[in-house]
Design a protein around this ligand. Structure first.
Ligand code: DUC
Ligand code: ZN
Ligand code: ZN
Ligand code: ZN
Length: 459
């Protein structure tokens, strides 16, 4: 036995028990029963022992919005680790005119030698043509079993319905899951340009130019197209009651429509975009933050298993140097906010509030995303044979979220000043301790690429 995690309370998606966990060769080899006395020990007294978080939505070393994000695969995955996340699935973004093979090679070069935790890729398609279409079918053989398609951003990445239909069909044929950015891009562009023409250029108008119906319409349409093809679909960053209604209607019809929400939609509102001194720009992400009422509906959706996961959509655009490009025109503010490190702590506040049980928490932040994206049971659980990716969670520790305590390369946290109870204290990656007392003690580059299994459609 290489390590025994002793005296903790093991939480998985199926239950809780006071038991020790034995690890050898990077995997869990024993749960409960008598452990060798002389094995190295990690003491988890007073703590929960949970599977490491699985964040299936990050943008590390991103070049979107014509700038390079602050976090690369080094700082981004160290931050993830310090936040209790041991697996990310990052968006590998095709450049315009680029083949998917070249996009993957580009992403591999970004990750090479830097990654602190295990990682996979989804493929973002921005430029669909016949060759790319054929290439899509080859991605599952490379362990990339999900593609993101945009219904917004005309001229950049937006696709028409035919392209979306064809992509869904191709995904169905090859065992991949299509993830959609569901917003009616033309409607958003129309409102956005109208606001600016009227002289309304502040960050708040970002939220007003992308109202819930823009998201709900596209959500319903994306689901309908999947239904027409007879396949599954995953809605990324679902934010509001109106879109949630469309999702639930589809589920009631028996469609295999899946969705995530993201941490920011549970805590931030559109009023945050109205903060003075251009601070609102920090909260410009797409789709925008909504209302308190929407937050309640999202929490209900989490408790009722309508969502598969809460992901971070971690984007690291600096307040000074990136966001301020849009000082005079909100359209130029790079979209996105950080949160890969804060995610687990913030979602855990739902446990403190009685909205989720610890078991449901584990299911949402680790188990279900691992299942949906073809990584289970290697990732997302504590079971004999699973990778020993483990977070020792101290439910009583109090912590104030502040940027100086974060391990990313950002200059702000979306949750600055929030007091939380419950923190990831120690983290193991395949049995090796990579975080001790919330500090990274691993070796960058030890993260491994995950070839993910194909999606098995329930459609
Ligand atoms: N969609 C994302 O998923 N992230 C950032 C911006 C966007 O449109
Ligand atoms: Zn998106
Ligand atoms: Zn994203
Ligand atoms: Zn630190």
């Amino acid at each position: 036995m290489d390590l025994v995690v002793r005296n903790g309370t093991v939480v998985t998606a199926s239950g809780i028990s006071q038991t020790d966990v034995g690890i050898a060769g990077g995997v869990v080899v024993q749960i409960g029963g008598s452990m060798p006395e002389d094995a190295p020990t990690l003491d988890a007294t007073g703590c929960y022992v949970m599977p490491g978080g699985v964040d299936v939505h990050t943008h590390l070393d991103s070049n979107d919005f014509s700038t390079r994000s602050a976090d690369d695969f080094g700082t981004g995955t160290i931050a993830a680790a310090c936040g209790g996340t041991t697996t990310v699935v990052d968006f590998c973004a095709q450049g315009r005119g680029e083949s998917l093979a070249d996009a993957i090679a580009h992403w591999d070069s970004k990750a090479e030698g830097k990654v602190a935790i295990d990682y996979g890729y989804h493929m973002i398609i921005v430029d669909m043509n016949d060759a790319v279409f054929e290439e899509l079918g080859t991605l599952p053989d490379r362990g990339i079993t999900s593609f993101k398609i945009f219904m917004a951003y005309r001229g950049m990445s937006m696709v028409d319905d035919v392209t979306l239909l064809k992509s869904l069909d191709q995904a169905k044929r090859h065992g991949a899951l299509v993830m959609v950015h569901a917003e009616n891009g033309d409607a958003a562009d129309y409102l956005r340009d109208k606001f600016v023409a009227e002289g309304n250029t502040s960050p708040y108008y970002h939220a007003l130019s992308r109202p819930p119906r823009i998201e709900a319409e596209a959500t319903a349409r994306a689901i309908a197209l999947a239904e027409i093809v007879g396949t599954s679909i995953y809605i990324v960053h679902l934010t509001c009651g109106e879109a949630l209604d469309e999702l639930m209607r589809a589920k009631r019809r028996g469609v295999d429509a899946l969705a995530e929400t993201c941490t920011q939609y549970l805590y931030l509102t559109k009023d945050d975009l109205d903060r003075p001194n251009f601070e609102g720009a920090k909260y410009v992400f797409t789709p925008p933050a909504r209302t308190k009422e929407d937050q309640e509906l999202l929490w209900d959706g989490l408790a009722n298993r309508v969502f598969e996961t809460v992901s971070s959509d971690h984007c690291s655009w600096l307040f000074k140097g990136h966001k301020d490009k849009g000082k005079d025109d909100f359209r130029k503010i790079p979209n996105g906010a950080p949160g890969v490190e804060e995610r687990l702590m913030m979602v855990w506040q739902g446990v403190n509030a009685g909205r989720l049980t610890p078991t449901e928490f584990v299911d949402l932040v680790a188990t279900r995303p691992a299942k949906v994206f073809g990584m289970f049971p290697k990732k997302g659980t504590i079971a004999v044979g699973s990778d020993a990716d483990i977070v020792i969670w101290d439910p009583e520790a109090e912590f104030t979220i502040t940027q100086s305590e974060m391990h990313n390369a950002m200059d702000y946290s979306s949750y600055e000043g929030r007091e939380v109870r419950g923190i990831p204290r120690h983290v193991l990656l395949r049995g090796k301790q990579i975080v001790r007392d919330r500090e990274y003690v691993g070796t960058p580059g030890e993260g491994q690429f995950l070839r993910r299994d194909r999606y098995v459609s329930r459609a």
